[in-house]
Design a protein around this ligand. Sequence first.
Ligand code: IPM
Ligand code: MG
Length: 388
Amino acid sequence: MDERKYIDEAVSAFRALLEEQIKRQDKMAAAAGSREENGADGAVKKEQVTIGIASGDGIGPVIMAEAVKVLKTLLKDELASGKAELKEIEGLTIENRMAKGEAVPAEVLSEIKKCDVLLKGPTTTPKGGTLESANVTLRRELDLYANVRPVQVPGEGIDWMFFRENTEGEYVLGSRGIEIPGRLSMDFKVTTDAGTRRIARAAFDYAKAAGKTKVAIVTKANIMKKTDGSFSRICHEVAADYPGIEADDWYIDIMTANLVNPAVRRDFQVFLMPNLYGDILTDEAAEIQGGVGTAGSANIGDRYAMFEAIHGSAPRMVEEGLAEYANPASILKACEMMLRHVGFSDKADRLAEALAICLEEEKKVVVTGTSDGAKAAEFGDYVASKLK
Ligand code: IPM
Ligand code: MG
């Protein structure tokens, strides 16, 4: 194909992308202020709660089995009375997704939409090819715009809450870049006004409710002048509605350095970031807490919410025969966030206490991710024994 033809095709593709993204922003702007049945914080307020359970693949089924074990112990009465239901979601496996050629097969998505919240095990994304990450698809299809990730190191006074924009930035058009083979490749990053405003609101609402006094806005606005520049500006506009909460700008490079600096890191409270920086910074933060195997993640929208481990499906552990040694702490942390979200705060507190005993105080069963450590099932039993 000659160069002119590539350019013409790319230009018309770009026009279509622009029109589509303007539509998406206008739809979000129209929805702002008319939040749906879950209330302003997105939390579920219902008499009966349906929790979707999708095990995923790789180490997913191993750690999810422990999550289900713990949920069945904690919600024994609610499950018996019908106040809560665990609904198995089938077909979110790499085999089925590859066979169907869909990141989240349509019938699986429609089952998920029947649930109030989804607890999801990690799902594998094949490298190359065209199959999109199931995470990215679910976040987009369910409009889960706030990726909320807590990280705590109580011994060091670290109590961080990360608010990562979850539906735009580098991710929204991630598989729709332009390539002129042998010459160049180009991807797109999108920051919309409404998309930024809603994540900023989520972060400042949290800060206000939790009595926090500082929000760190993390970008690279000195270089990504349009996208990150707008993100920072809009976050400051939103901050103006929250007197008493200080909004500070930080660049992502120095922030990654700050997190490994024990002299300053405990001073940070709430972080507010575009998608890709949030992806990277939260893995770093999780490692400081004790490893990515210890961190939970909530994906919250106005209608749906999805809870998961911060990490992936760990195919290397599976290949090495170590799947059963995977750490279920991450998905158990996600369970805690989910229980709080659906209004079972007392259960969430009980789980938090049990996890604190098992992970920080007694440490009688320690999962290391290798065969020297305990198995996921042993840790699940340990946590369940502290719930009685
Ligand atoms: C995460 C993961 C995902 C992401 C992957 C699995 C697409 O790393 O939830 O942080 O990049 O968002
Ligand atoms: Mg990540």
